[in-house]
Design a binder for this molecule. Structure first.
Ligand SMILES: [Zn+2]
Length: 217
C-alpha cells in the first residue's frame, strides 16, 4: 500500500452498516433455539411466503433469533424462514464475503432491485443450500445485488452485496419466493444433485446434531 491509499474497510457490516466491533457469535445465536431445517420436497419451500404485517413483536424477534441459531449450527451462510417451516418473508445471514468482510443481519419482506438486461453481469460460482444438504453446484448469479425491505422493528432497510454476499442475498430472496437454486440448473444437473443429496444427507444431519450438542442447543 502506497501513500495516499485508503486501507480497505474490513469492519463487520451489521444490517448493512459498518460497526466498530462485533462478537464472534451473534447475540441472536445465543438467544435462539435450533429448529428443524426443511428439505427439498417439502411443500413450504415451493410457495411464495406471506408478507410480515406486524413489526416489533416478540414473535418476530424470536423467529429471527431461532433462524440465526439454526443457521449457525448448520454452518450456513444464510437462512430463510420457510427453511424452518415458517411461512413468512424473512431471511437472515452471517457470512464472510470475497474480501474478508463479515456481513450479519436480517431482513423482512425483501425485494431485490431489478437490474436492466444490458447491465446484468453474471458470475458463476458454486452454491449449496441447507435444504439440499450435501451437494454444491455452479450457479450463475449477479455479481452485485441490492435488496430492500424492513428490519424487525419495521424500519426501512437497504442492503447491498457484492461477490458471495450478493449471491447469498439472491439465494435467500429466491427462497421466500418459493424457489431453490436447483431450479436454476439444467435438468440433468438437478437430478445428479438430488442423488448426491440422498447419499450425503444423513451425514449432514449428524453433523448438525453434533454441532447443536456442542453449542448446548
Ligand atoms: Zn438455501
Amino acid at each position: 500500500m502506497g501513500f495516499g491509499e485508503i486501507a480497505p474497510d474490513r469492519r463487520v457490516r451489521v444490517q448493512g452498516e459498518p460497526v466498530a466491533s462485533y462478537p464472534r457469535i451473534a447475540p441472536e445465536v445465543e438467544r435462539g433455539a435450533v429448529r428443524r431445517i426443511t428439505v427439498v420436497g417439502e411443500e413450504i419451500l415451493r410457495r411464495r411466503c406471506r408478507e410480515v404485517v406486524e413489526f416489533g413483536t416478540p414473535g418476530l424477534a424470536r423467529l429471527i433469533d431461532d433462524m440465526f441459531a439454526t443457521n449457525q449450527v448448520a454452518e450456513g451462510a444464510g437462512l430463510a424462514a420457510n427453511q424452518i417451516d415458517v411461512d413468512l418473508r424473512v431471511f437472515v445471514w452471517d457470512m464472510t464475503d470475497d474480501w474478508g468482510v463479515r456481513h450479519v443481519g436480517h431482513i423482512v419482506n425483501p425485494v431485490l432491485d431489478e437490474v436492466p438486461a444490458d447491465e446484468r453481469e453474471l458470475v458463476e460460482e458454486t452454491e449449496g443450500c441447507l435444504s439440499v444438504p450435501g451437494p454444491y453446484r455452479m450457479v450463475p448469479r449477479l455479481g452485485r445485488a441490492v435488496v430492500r425491505g424492513r428490519d424487525k422493528e419495521g424500519k426501512p432497510l437497504v442492503v447491498e452485496g457484492r461477490g458471495y454476499f450478493a449471491r447469498c442475498l439472491q439465494h435467500e430472496t429466491d427462497h421466500v419466493n418459493g424457489r431453490l437454486y436447483l431450479d436454476r440448473l439444467a435438468r440433468r444437473e438437478r437430478k445428479t444433485a438430488l442423488r448426491e443429496m440422498e447419499e450425503a444427507k444423513e451425514e449432514a444431519f449428524a453433523r448438525r446434531a453434533a454441532n447443536a450438542a456442542k453449542w448446548g442447543k
